[in-house]
Ligand binder design. Structure first.
Ligand SMILES: [Zn+2]
Length: 120
């Protein structure tokens, strides 16, 4: 039996991803390129996957390039910066994770605001 690369549960023989995580990957795929964190969470919560597993899934760092949460955060920092000031269900721990990520990895594309056409 192999363990799921996302949640570490039993994925099944010769399987890298369990059914739950496949379902969550499908949700992310369906959301397309532009979605808010809230939309993502709503989509994931609409599955039969437990909240605990959703958390694990979002925090998984498979290839050393950041977790799914990190990747999504980097891609939609603009939306998130606005959302962080408004969303009351955003825990300090989540904000901290995002802050630490931005501190560690401040690429121009992650900066809030419109993309500066003059940047290199
Ligand atoms: Zn899994």
């Amino acid at each position: 039996m192999a363990n799921c690369i996302y949640c570490q549960c039993k994925a099944g023989l010769l399987k890298k991803t369990c059914q739950d995580c496949l379902e969550m990957l499908e949700v992310i795929k369906k959301l397309g390129d532009h979605f808010s964190f809230r939309e993502l969470l709503d989509g994931l919560m609409a599955t039969s996957v437990s909240n605990e597993k959703i958390e694990k899934f979002l925090e998984t760092d498979i290839n050393g390039q950041g977790s799914i949460r990190d990747m999504i955060t980097a891609r939609m920092t603009n939306d998130l910066a606005r959302t962080m000031g408004q969303e009351t269900d955003m825990s300090p721990q989540k904000v901290k994770t995002i802050r630490e990520l931005e501190k560690k990895n401040p690429t121009p594309n992650d900066l809030p605001g419109h993309i500066n056409p003059y940047r290199r």
